[in-house]
Design a protein around this ligand. Structure first.
Ligand SMILES: [Fe+2]
Ligand SMILES: [Fe+2]
Length: 250
C-alpha cells in the first residue's frame, strides 16, 4: 500500500513545487482515499497537482476530526471536483455543516461510537475510548470527541493513521489492535500532538511505541520538532520523518 503525504508542516522534498502549511493530509493511492484536507484549499490543490494526484482521483475523503487544519481544504477541493465523492467523518463533524451546499456531489458516511469497516480490512474507528493512556496533560484542549483514526489490517499487524492524535497514542493503538484483532503494531502515521508535552510524556509515548515493535513510525504534523527528535533517538530505524511530498510504503 502506497501513501503520499500531501500537506504537512514541513516539506520533504525542497526540489518540488510542494508547499508546507500547518495542517495534514495524506493520500492512500491503493484505496483512492484522501485522508484529511490540510488547512487552506490552495495548498492542498497546489500539492496534489505537484504530486500528480488529480482532484477527481479520490473516491473517498476521510476526515480525522473537525479542526480546521484538517478540514479547511475540503470545500475548495469539492468545488474543484466534477465527480461525486464519499465523505467519511465522525457524526459530530457533519453537524458543523461542512458539506452544506455540496449535498448533490457528496455522500456523507457518518461514524458514531462504533467502528465502521469502509473497505475490506480498512476501518474508521469512530469515537476512540480513552482508557489505556492519557489523551493530554490538563489544559491541552484534546477533549475532541470527534477524533477518529483509520485502521488498516495489514496481516503483519495494525497500521494506524491519525490526524492530530487527540485521543492519545496509547488509546489510538490499543483500540486499533482491539478493533482489527491484529497482534502487533505495524505502523503509525500522522500527528501525535506532543508539541507542548513534557519530556516525560514524550519519552513515555516513544518507549510505548518502541515496546510495540513497529516497522514504521511516521510521527509528524503536531507531534512537534523536539518530540520528533526524541522519537528518532528512541525508535532508530523504525522512525521516518514526514513532510509534504513524502511517499510511504506499507
Ligand atoms: Fe492538526
Ligand atoms: Fe486537531
Amino acid at each position: 500500500m502506497r501513501l503520499t503525504i500531501v500537506v504537512d508542516n514541513t516539506v520533504y522534498s525542497k526540489a518540488s513545487e510542494v508547499r508546507a502549511e500547518w495542517g495534514f493530509s495524506t493520500y492512500i493511492h491503493d484505496l483512492k482515499l484522501l485522508y484529511d484536507t490540510g488547512a487552506s484549499g490552495s495548498t492542498l490543490l497546489n500539492n496534489m497537482d505537484s504530486l500528480g494526484i488529480g482532484v477527481d482521483e479520490a473516491d473517498t475523503i476521510f476526515l480525522s476530526h473537525s479542526h480546521s487544519d484538517h478540514t479547511g481544504g475540503l470545500r475548495t477541493l469539492l468545488r474543484a471536483r466534477k465527480r461525486k465523492v464519499k465523505v467519511v467523518a465522525h457524526e459530530l463533524v457533519f453537524k458543523r455543516g461542512l458539506l452544506h451546499g455540496f449535498s448533490g456531489s457528496t455522500e456523507a458516511i457518518p461514524v458514531g461510537d462504533a467502528p465502521i469497516e469502509i473497505f475490506d480490512g480498512v476501518i474508521a474507528s469512530g469515537t476512540i475510548p480513552r482508557k489505556w493512556g492519557p489523551s493530554h496533560p490538563p489544559g491541552f484542549g484534546d477533549e475532541i470527541r470527534d477524533d477518529m483514526a483509520l485502521y488498516i489490517k495489514k496481516g503483519e499487524g495494525l497500521a494506524a493513521i491519525t490526524g492530530c492524535g487527540h485521543a492519545g497514542t496509547e488509546n489510538i493503538v490499543e483500540y486499533g489492535l482491539t478493533v482489527t484483532k491484529e497482534k502487533r503494531l505495524y505502523a503509525i502515521i500522522g500527528g501525535l500532538h506532543l508539541m507542548d508535552a513534557s519530556n516525560k510524556r514524550v519519552e513515555e509515548v516513544a518507549f510505548y511505541l518502541k515496546g510495540k515493535g513497529p516497522r514504521l513510525v511516521c510521527a509528524t504534523h503536531c507531534t512537534g520538532e523536539s518530540a520528533i527528535e526524541k522519537m528518532k533517538g528512541v525508535l532508530g530505524g523504525a522512525f521516518t520523518e514526514g513532510g509534504a511530498g513524502k511517499t510511504l510504503t506499507l
